[in-house]
Design a protein around this ligand. Structure first.
Ligand SMILES: [Zn+2]
Length: 222
């Protein structure tokens, strides 16, 4: 599991989804414990299995850990079926999180996980304690993604691979939404049922395919 999470960290690092900020976690077989990538001081694109940190759900921040670890603890506590959460400060998702009412149009067939109305955590702060983590998880509900005001987003998956793939696609979709709004011409959003689209376009086999593709770019030298 450490190896899988280290690979996920490098993939997300390569795409600049996590770096100085941002992190990814994975619930262990013991539902009271989770694995998380290292905190702000460490390069994510060089993450090794030995860099991965194991924590309990009640653990508090200490030097070397991601400061906002509380969002991972709260997610894994409230939703044991969610195995992985990714937190990003990426530019396109953060731009959507600065809009008064972020648009929810679906403009890309690979973004069927995008909610009809995207949840937005309104508090302009980092997630610094267990209460804030709980609040964020409640805001997110059962959706795959939530925006955080002027800050970024959180994305979850029932597997690590799903969470990673959704994160890359979410940032791409947010970019397409912003570009499409900028040209000012009328849009034609996808009218299909989003769950149907997701099941058709993004079955678990595509997560595995994407994983193999992305992993090939981030293999470690030794
Ligand atoms: Zn953050």
């Amino acid at each position: 599991m450490r190896q899988e999470l280290a690979t996920a960290t490098r993939i997300l690092g390569r795409h600049e989804m996590i770096g100085m900020f941002g992190h990814v976690s994975l619930l262990t077989d013991d539902p009271q414990r989770y694995l998380i990538c290292p905190g702000a001081g460490q390069r994510k694109d060089r993450c090794r299995p030995t860099d991965i940190i194991e924590l309990g759900l009640d653990d508090e921040f200490r030097f070397g850990l991601p400061l906002e670890l509380y969002m991972h603890a709260a997610t894994h506590r409230a939703k044991p079926h969610i195995k992985s959460l990714v937190h990003v400060h990426s530019p396109n998702l953060t731009a959507l999180a600065a809009m008064d009412e972020p648009p929810s149009e679906l403009l890309m067939i690979h973004a069927g996980f995008w909610p009809e109305r995207i949840p937005l955590w309104e508090r302009p702060d980092l997630v610094r304690d267990h209460d804030s983590g709980r609040e964020l998880v409640e805001t997110m509900g059962d959706h795959a993604i939530a925006l955080m005001r002027w800050h970024g987003a959180v994305i979850v998956g029932e597997t690590l691979r799903e969470a990673v793939f959704r994160t890359l696609l979410a940032e791409r979709h947010a970019g397409i939404v912003l570009t499409s709004l900028a040209h000012g011409r009328p849009l034609k959003p996808a009218a299909a049922s989003r769950p149907d689209l997701y099941a058709r376009m993004l079955p678990a086999s595509t997560h595995d395919l994407n994983w193999r593709y992305e992993s090939s770019f981030v293999e470690l030298e030794d």
